[in-house]
Design a protein around this ligand. Structure first.
Ligand SMILES: Cc1ncc(COP(=O)(O)O)c(C=O)c1O
Length: 405
C-alpha cells in the first residue's frame, strides 16, 4: 500500500488507543481500572440536553454556517465577556467540532511548511502530531529544573527565525499544573515583541482548585482582539462534561477567523447542529454543574495525591487543576511505556506513559472516575510495585500472586 509520507509520520493517539484497550479487556470480563481516562463521568447539563433534543424533535437537522450558528456565537460572546472581560464581535468567533479541531484549523491557518511551534513539556499528546499534520515542526521545551513549567528564558532560547507560534495549556494536561500568572504575562509580551502567534488552549480553564481564579491572557496585552495575535481556544468537552458532543471554539482577530472559516468550510463545514444547540444550552444555562464538577474533582485529587504519597519512592506534585496527576515512578522503572504495560498486564490498571507527554519516568493517572476506582487502582499499583506489600492480592474475585521481584 502506498500511503502518504504524512500518514506514515503520524502516530495514533495513545490515549484513545488506551481507551480501546480498556474497553476490549472489559468486554472480555477483565476487572480493568481505567486511570487513563480523559473525561468527567458526570452528566451533561440539563439545559444542554433540552436544547439539543428540542432541535432533534423538529426532525430538521440542517447544515449550519461554517463558523457556527448565530445563537452559539452569541453565547460564546457572552461567555468571553464574562470570563475574559472582552466584548468581541461574531466575526471574532468560530465554532468547531471540539477544541481539537479548533487547534488543528488554527495551525493550518497560520503555519507554512517548516514553521516551528513551541510548547512546554509536558504537553498534551496531540500537539506534536497536529503541528506535523499542518506541515510544521514541533518544538517542545523542557524545564531544566525538571519541573512542569519552563522559564520564559528557556522558551525564548528555543525561538528562532522559523518560530511561528507558542501553545500554552494551563491548567495543563498531563501535569495538572496551573502556570504562574507572571509566566503567562511574560509569554504574552514575548509573543507580541517577536510578533508571533500565541495559542491559549483553555480547555480546562475553569477546572481549577484551592480557590484560585483562572488566569486571563487578555489581562496582559494592551492590544485589542483585532490587532492581537492571541488565539484563545475553549470547549464544552471537559468543563461541561460534554466530550461526545464535539464542540469547541476559537476567539481571535477577524482576519484569522475569516481564514480559519475558509479552511473549515472546505474541510468539514460547521460543527453538528445538535451539538451547537447543546453548547448554547450549556453556556447560557445554569452554571452550577461546573462548580459541582470542580468540587468533586478537587476532592478526588486530594484522595489521589494522599494515596500516591503513601507509595514509597513515588514523587508527586499536587495538581492545581484538570483531572490529571503526573507522578514520578522512576524509582521503580525508568521506562514509562514498560511500566504502563506491566501494570496493565499484572494488575489490569490503565495509566498513560509519561513519554507520550514528553516526560519519561512518569505516568498520567486521572482522577475523573470514582473515589473507589482511584483507591483500588492505586492500591493495585502499589501492590504490583512495592516489594514490601503482601504476596497476594484479590481483584475481581481472582487471586493474584506476585511472581516478580
Ligand atoms: C489540552 C487539551 N486540549 C484540547 C483537547 C481536545 O478537546 P476536545 O475534546 O474538545 O476536542 C484535549 C482533550 O483531551 C486536551 O486535553
Amino acid at each position: 500500500m502506498s500511503l502518504s509520507q504524512l500518514a506514515r509520520s503520524i502516530s495514533e493517539s495513545p490515549t484513545l488507543k488506551l481507551n480501546e484497550t480498556a474497553a476490549r479487556l472489559r468486554e472480555k470480563g477483565e476487572p480493568v481500572i481505567h486511570l487513563g481516562g480523559g473525561e468527567p463521568k458526570t452528566k451533561a447539563p440539563i439545559d444542554a440536553i433540552l436544547n439539543c433534543t428540542a432541535l432533534l424533535n423538529t426532525a430538521e437537522v440542517r447544515y449550519s454556517p461554517a463558523d457556527g450558528i448565530p445563537a452559539l456565537k452569541k453565547a460564546i460572546i457572552r461567555y468571553t465577556d464574562e470570563h475574559y472581560g472582552r466584548l468581541v464581535m461574531p466575526e471574532n468567533v468560530i465554532a468547531s467540532s471540539g477544541a481539537k479541531q479548533s487547534i488543528m484549523v488554527a495551525l493550518h491557518t497560520i503555519l507554512d511548511p517548516k514553521d516551528e511551534v513551541i510548547f512546554p513539556a509536558p504537553y498534551w499528546v496531540s500537539y506534536p502530531e497536529m503541528v506535523k499534520i499542518a506541515g510544521g515542526v514541533p518544538v517542545a521545551v523542557t524545564a531544566l529544573d525538571g519541573g512542569f513549567q519552563p522559564t520564559v528564558q528557556e522558551i525564548a532560547d528555543a525561538m528562532g527565525s522559523y518560530t511561528k507560534a507558542i501553545v500554552l495549556n494551563s491548567p495543563n494536561n498531563p501535569s495538572g499544573a496551573v502556570y504562574a500568572k507572571d509566566f503567562i504575562a511574560e509569554i504574552v509580551q514575548l509573543c507580541e515583541k517577536r510578533n508571533i502567534w500565541l495559542i491559549m488552549d483553555d480547555t480546562y480553564n475553569r477546572l481549577i482548585f484551592d480557590g484560585q481564579a483562572p488566569v486571563n491572557c487578555y489581562d496582559f496585552t494592551g492590544q485589542d482582539v483585532e490587532n492581537s495575535k492571541l488565539i484563545v481556544i475553549n470547549c464544552v468537552s471537559k468543563m461541561y462534561a460534554m466530550t461526545g458532543f464535539r464542540l469547541g471554539w476559537t476567539v481571535a482577530s477577524r482576519e484569522l477567523v475569516r481564514a480559519m472559516t475558509n479552511i473549515q468550510s472546505q474541510e468539514t463545514s460547521g460543527p453538528a447542529t445538535p451539538s451547537q444547540w447543546a453548547a448554547v444550552g450549556a453556556l447560557n444555562g445554569i452554571q452550577s454543574s461546573i462548580d459541582s464538577l470542580r468540587m468533586t474533582l478537587e476532592n478526588n485529587r486530594n484522595v489521589m495525591v494522599a494515596r500516591l504519597r503513601a507509595i514509597p519512592g513515588v514523587q508527586v506534585t499536587k495538581p492545581s487543576g484538570t483531572f490529571y496527576c503526573f507522578p514520578d515512578f522512576s524509582a521503580y522503572e525508568k521506562s514509562s511505556q514498560k511500566l504502563a504495560a506491566f501494570l496493565l498486564e499484572k494488575v489490569r490498571v490503565v495509566a498513560v506513559p509519561g513519554k507520550e507527554f514528553g516526560m519519561e519516568g512518569r505516568l498520567r493517572v486521572s482522577y475523573c472516575g470514582t473515589i473507589k476506582e482511584i483507591r483500588e487502582g492505586l492500591e493495585r499499583i502499589q501492590w504490583a510495585l512495592d516489594p514490601n506489600s503482601a504476596n497476594e492480592l484479590f481483584i475481581g474475585g481472582r487471586k493474584l500472586v506476585r511472581d516478580w521481584a
